[in-house]
Design a protein around this ligand. Structure first.
Ligand SMILES: *[C@@H]1O[C@H](CO)[C@@H](O)[C@H](O)[C@H]1NC(C)=O
Length: 470
């Protein structure tokens, strides 16, 4: 038989095969069954019996011993910095990471100008609490408005990421509780993620974003909120997306500053857009997601930390746990490139003109005094380990909960709108900020707060106006 007869048959077979493979690999996933009532605390606590479900008032008041110990370490590190730490290469700024000149500035400020007791007072300005959930002591701030908005008050859960903490949200609080130009006021709940700062870390493996989502839902239910909004950046975005996926009956809507969908169809679309930007992207998207070589180079250069934290978190954690200068360097480095990829050649990595060092050190302090320098790394392993992660099977499950995305042009991990909708099927709003990077809550708090307020008002009016959720 001639090729002329075979060709259509082969084409049909190939098309059907590709179609079938595509259908299996790219179709929506089913919601995985999450184990209920998991216990993440130490076994001895489980043996002790019933969980204390009380909400306990908590003051940040670090003992003098810990503060003195920190100063002693810093003094030692400063005294030996020239003996121990290599000089930067000639003409090199942040391209090789944090360099000694910047480190010396940070050390000097931290020891001689930074006033922890004053900062502690600031961090205690909004009420702090702890409660025990699934065996873990969970810290959170809880800020209620003085009065209801015109259309009432909604609860809003604000979720930070890595290497952040609840510190990131302090500037947003006054702009969110009783916002101008808003029909609703917000009752804010700002937790520390498990293993971050004052929230206890899990005693066993398996506490990834979906399991954290379970804990966060329990926290909101315990505070009396059956229905609430959720907002997040970085890991907070992923957990917010997970909550919207798993708990659509509880989540009124989600707002994210790092919108990214790992749904296989989204990844395929995003890959196609990166490869063919001239056909698949508009001007704004092209500025953010092309040329391809830039995207790939940035990705390879800036994600080593992720691989390390996903595989050898505890070795790295030892170094960070012993040395305040090491911990500060490791954390602060991220505020350079993640805020602006063009800032590596600047002497200070562009950090000091964008952020105030007091706030950046507050965030470092939370992990130092909270002794979370190892445990805050582990979320990478818990998400990316294919043997234990439930996140990986949740990525392909779409959600119908209304979602709003604020796209910051220098965000580390972002996607064009058309790639997001396979996961977020009810993407009611997608807006682009003119400026801003990964740490938008610290860099452009007014912009972020305004977009949260506008988005949640929009969702409230369009979808939920008839339900009483106060
Ligand atoms: C902090 O704790 C110390 C004792 O541990 C106590 O003397 C001090 O009053 C506390 N400060 C605040 C603001 O509660």
């Amino acid at each position: 038989m001639g090729f002329g007869l075979w060709a259509p048959a082969i084409t049909v077979v190939i098309a059907v095969t590709v179609g079938l493979v595509g259908f299996v690999l790219l179709k929506d996933g089913e919601l995985p069954t999450l184990q209920e009532n998991q216990f993440w605390g130490p076994a001895s606590r489980k043996a002790a019996g019933k969980e204390d479900k009380s909400i306990r008032s908590f003051q940040i008041n670090i003992s003098e011993k810990v503060v003195t110990d920190l100063k002693t370490r810093l003094k030692l590190e400063i005294a030996s910095v020239d003996e121990r730490v290599a000089d930067p290469l000639d003409g090199v700024a942040f391209q090789w990471g944090v360099h000694k000149k910047f480190l010396k500035k940070v050390q000097d400020y931290w020891l001689n100008k930074y006033d922890w007791r004053a900062r502690e007072t600031l961090l205690n300005k909004y009420p702090n609490f702890k409660t025990t959930i699934s065996g873990l002591e969970i810290h959170f701030q809880h800020v209620k408005p003085q009065k209801k908005g015109k259309k009432g008050t909604r609860a809003l859960l604000l979720l930070h990421g890595w290497p952040g903490s609840f510190v990131e949200y302090q500037k947003l609080i006054p702009q969110l509780v009783e916002p101008k130009d808003s029909e609703i006021n917000f009752e804010l709940v700002i937790p520390s993620l498990p293993g971050f700062g004052f929230s206890e870390a899990s005693s066993r493996a398996g506490l990834g974003p979906p399991e954290i989502a379970q804990i966060m839902r329990t926290l909101m239910l315990r505070l009396g909120h059956q229905k609430f909004y959720v907002q997040g950046g970085d890991w907070g975005s992923m957990i917010a997306g997970d909550m919207a996926t798993i708990y659509k009956d509880n989540i009124l809507g989600a707002h994210m500053s790092m919108c990214f969908s790992f749904h296989p169809r989204s990844i395929l679309k995003f890959g196609a857009a990166l490869a063919l930007p001239q056909f698949l992207l508009d001007d704004d998207d092209r500025a953010q997601f092309s040329p391809l070589m830039r995207v790939i180079t940035n990705h390879i250069r800036e994600t080593g930390y992720l691989h390390l934290q996903a595989t050898k978190s505890d070795t790295l954690g030892i170094a960070l746990s012993y040395s305040p200068s090491g911990l500060a360097s490791y954390i602060l480095e991220k505020f350079s490139f993640w805020t602006d990829e063009n800032s590596l050649a600047k002497e200070d990595g562009g950090i000091l003109k964008t952020f105030d060092l007091d706030t950046l050190l507050d965030n470092v302090m939370i992990h130092w005094v909270g002794k979370s320098s190892t445990t805050f790394l582990r979320i990478y392993a818990e998400t990316l380990n294919p043997l234990t992660s439930t996140q990986l099977s949740l990525d392909s499950v779409p959600t119908s909960v209304p979602v709003s995305c604020r796209n910051y042009p220098k965000e580390l991990l972002a996607q064009p709108r058309f790639a997001l909708t396979d996961k977020f099927q009810n993407l009611v709003r997608f807006t682009r900020a003119k400026t801003g990077g990964h740490f938008s809550a610290l860099e452009v708090p007014t912009d972020l707060a305004a977009d949260i307020v506008t988005s949640l008002n929009l969702i409230d009016v369009s979808y939920r106006i008839d339900i009483d959720v106060d």
